[in-house]
Structure formats: C-alpha cells, structure tokens
Design a protein around this ligand. Structure first.
Ligand code: UDX
Length: 442
C-alpha cells in the first residue's frame, strides 16, 4: 500500500520506517529541510536503537523517501498519517496548531478520497476538528471530495520504538466508517498474521484510550513513589513491598518501580492535558492532579537527600556533585522532562558545581545548557567523580549497575551516593562505608 506520514519526529519516523519495513511504499514529509536531507542519505537524527538500519535499508530499497514537498506527499497516497507534535499550551492543554496545519495542507492538495489517520496524541474531539478544517478548505476550493479521519494512537516507548511498533500489544483504531475500516485492515494486515491485534472502536474512545493508558501508567509510578516516601519514614523497604504487590497478577510487576520521578515527552504532558480536558468539561479530577503533584515532588527527592546529608541546601553552595545519567530513561538521548534536569538546575540554584556523564545524551545536554563554568560533561562515568563531593544517579543505564566501587571511592572526595533508581544493595554499601541513600529503603 502507498502512504504518507506528516512529521518525522519519534512517532512519525518510526511509523513511516516500520510501515516501509513490512512492505508499504512510504513518503515521509517534514518542514525541516536539514532533517529531510539527512534522512534521504539514510541517516537518522534521533538516537533510537535499530531505527537507523531500517531507515537505511528501506531508503536503499526504494520503499521509503523523505520530502518537504507537501503536494508530492499528498499526491503519493490515499492514506495520510498525521504524526506531528502536540506540545503543551501555556495552560497544559495540547496545542493542536500543527495537527490542524497538516489537515489544511492535505485539504489544499487533495484531488480524490483520502484516509487521514491521526497518530499524534490528541484530545478527544480532535478528529472532529481535523474533519471540520478539511471541510472548510474544500468548501473554499469549491470542491466536494470524500475523506475519513481516523484515530490510531501510537503506544511505542522510546528506546524500544522499533520493537514496539513491529510487535504491538494492540493496534487501536477509532472509526465509524466501513471504508476506513477496510483500508486500516489492509494497512495493518502484516501485523495481524499470527494473531489479531487490532481493536476497532469509535473515534472518541480511541482518542481517550491513549490518554487513559499513559495516565494509568503514570498513576502506577506516582503511587509507588508515594509509598516509597512513606516506607522510608515507616522503616520499610519499598523494593520488598514492590515484589510483594507485583506478585498479584491484578497489579503486575510492570511500572511499579519507584525512583526520582517519571519524565519524557509523554507522561508529564499527557497527564497534564487530560487534567485540562477534565477542567474544560467541568469535571473535577483530583486523582490526575495528584499524580502530577506527586511526580513534581519526587523529582526533588535527590536534592533533598543531598541537602540532608550535607546539612541543608546552603551547605551545597561550595560542593561539586557528580551526576550519572541525564536522559529521562535508559536507551534514549531524550532529555525532555528528565529528572536529571530538575536536580542539576536545583544544584546550580544552590551554588553547587556539577560534573555529569551519560552514555548517549551528552550532545543533547550540551545543546540544552551550552557552556557553563559550573558544569562539566566528562568522557566517562569515573571521570565525573574526580574531586566530587557526592554522586547522584538519575538514570538506570546498564553500565551503572555493577561499577567498580574501589575506583569510585578513589576518585570521590566523600563516599556519598544518592541513588534515584535503587541500583545497589543498601546493606553492602553501608558495610563498605558508603553513605548510601536510595528511594524508599529505610
Ligand atoms: C511512554 C509509554 O510507555 C508509551 O506507551 C507511550 O506511547 C509514550 O509514553 P516513554 O515516554 O518512551 O513511553 O517512556 P516509558 O518507558 O514509559 O517511561 C516513562 C518514565 O517513567 C521514565 O522516566 C521512566 O524512568 C519512568 N518509570 C517507568 C518509572 O519511574 N518507574 C517505572 O516503573 C517505569
């Protein structure tokens, strides 16, 4: 099948590349010429395991092309994906500007039936708005063409995007049109050969499903973080509690890891946007507000633990703190809403210096913070410890799981370790003379 995807961010690029990988003929469009030039050479501008090979192969084999030419993308296919960003507005609601601009572009250039598939995370009712925008443009063109707008939210995780897309748990499709349903079946047929993964529903339910999934996962994390903080005060160990509750299949082991808060481009934004939707419909949603509040507080626990150790925030003014892990989670270079940023910015605020290391997010960190006297990015994890007063761990990269503690103590000024991801055994570290602080383990 032929298809076009608007937007070459995480979702758009992975969607386009993976649909080419299963045999479809794909044109991806973006307004960023540099990005498109890079992609046409088979180079991938985001750090996502496995994606570069798929892009390079499909470009070489002629199933995947990149362009900035809207007319070409619209003319290429009946099927048009919208996968552009929906950033947070000032009030936390999702900004639909880019989605609606794409709808307009499609409507300006279409000359026959189009199936428009919304893959961006958008509030309930957006498909209706996309549909209206298209109708307005077609009316302006004095032309009557048929089209369907379908909701098909994407559930991929960064760092595992290719695997998630190619082997999805489910493919949620919201449509009330039989024609759209048939086309969607054909499009996703390669993913349903072993067993049926598609769940058809109405458009508004599909739109809400995406927010419901992200908000529920974020709720699990905030719930565990709340319990972790209580466990510390109560003299319990949240890691034991985690195993004890996760064994109940109704609860499960996934997404109940306590830590220094969730980050990324989805959870913070989507929980906020769903809360905003609740306000707009006049519904009080205290649970959503609490999930966000708990997470914002949790992003501050590393600083609190450091301050507590050194005798208050003011005592951090002359300290150098080493930070391991800058990305919001392992296997990505994405720094959006990363807990490391909350910590580092608070340390600077307190007058401390920071030495930091991340296996892949160094360039991104440099892009965000630039050169600063109070900030050094080091070539490896051990160099970050040189003359530092303490080490804080923000991201659970594999290479931090079994470090050489002798090497660490020879470089650090003090054996102080604040671990936002519960990577080590508290008893062993304390026996070894470390002041070891983790999350939820008294
Ligand atoms: C998430 C959803 O998982 C995905 O389905 C959706 O499409 C987009 O949002 P992503 O943002 O890539 O994906 O990251 P995810 O792996 O879900 O982790 C989100 C955050 O939660 C990370 O900061 C992670 O460290 C944190 N987390 C996750 C925890 O703190 N504890 C956990 O138990 C799990």
């Amino acid at each position: 099948m032929k298809l076009s995807t608007f937007g070459t961010g995480y979702v758009g690029l992975v969607t386009g590349a993976c649909l080419a990988e299963v045999g479809h003929d794909v044109v991806c469009i973006d307004i960023d010429q540099d990005r498109i030039d890079l992609l046409n050479k088979g180079e991938v501008p985001i750090w996502e395991p496995g994606l570069d090979a798929i892009v390079a192969r499909n470009v070489a084999e002629g199933r995947l092309a990149f362009t900035t030419d809207v007319a070409r993308a619209v003319a290429h296919a009946q099927v048009q994906f919208i996968a552009v960003g929906t950033p947070s507005d000032e009030d936390g609601s999702a900004d639909l500007q880019y989605v609606l601009e794409v709808a307009e572009s499609i409507a300006r250039h279409m000359d026959g039936y189009k199936l428009i598939i919304n893959k961006s995370t958008v509030p309930v009712g957006t498909a209706g708005k996309v549909s209206e925008r298209i109708a307005d443009v077609l009316a302006g063109r004095r032309i009557d063409l048929s089209y369907d707008v379908v909701s098909n939210p994407e559930f991929l995780k960064e760092g595992a995007a290719v695997g998630d897309f190619l082997k999805p748990d489910r493919i949620v499709i919201g449509t009330e049109s039989e024609k759209a349903r048939q086309l969607m079946r054909e499009l996703y047929e390669p993913f349903n050969r072993n067993h049926e993964r598609t769940i058809f529903m109405d458009v508004r339910s599909a739109e809400l499903t995406k927010y419901a999934a992200n908000a529920m996962l974020a709720t699990k994390i905030s719930f565990m973080n709340e319990l972790a903080n209580m466990a510390e005060i109560l003299g319990a160990d949240i890691e034991e509690v985690r195993k004890g509750v996760g064994a109940d299949p109704r609860i499960g082991y996934h997404f109940i890891y306590p830590g220094c808060g969730y980050g990324g481009s989805c959870f913070p934004k989507d929980v906020q946007a769903l809360g905003r939707t609740a306000e707009q419909i006049g519904y009080e949603a205290p649970l959503l507000k609490a999930v966000e509040k708990v997470n914002n507080r949790q992003k501050g626990v590393l600083l609190s633990k450091l301050a507590q150790h050194f005798g208050g925030t003011t005592a951090l003014a002359d300290k150098t703190i080493a930070v391991w892990g800058l990305a919001f989670k392992p296997n990505t270079n994405d720094m959006r809403e990363a807990p490391s940023r909350t910590l580092i910015e608070a340390l600077w605020q307190a007058g401390a210096r920071v030495r930091a290391f991340d296996p892949v997010a160094m360039e991104e960190t440099r892009r965000i913070y630039g050169e600063r006297d109070d900030f050094q990015l080091t070539r490896d994890k051990y160099s970050a410890l040189d003359d530092a007063d303490a080490l804080c761990i923000c991201t659970e990269w594999q290479q931090f799981r079994a470090p050489d503690f002798d090497e660490m103590q020879s470089r650090l000024r003090n054996k102080v370790l604040v671990d936002g991801r519960n990577l080590y055994q508290p008893v062993r570290l304390r026996e070894d003379g470390w002041a070891y602080y983790s999350v939820g383990r008294a």
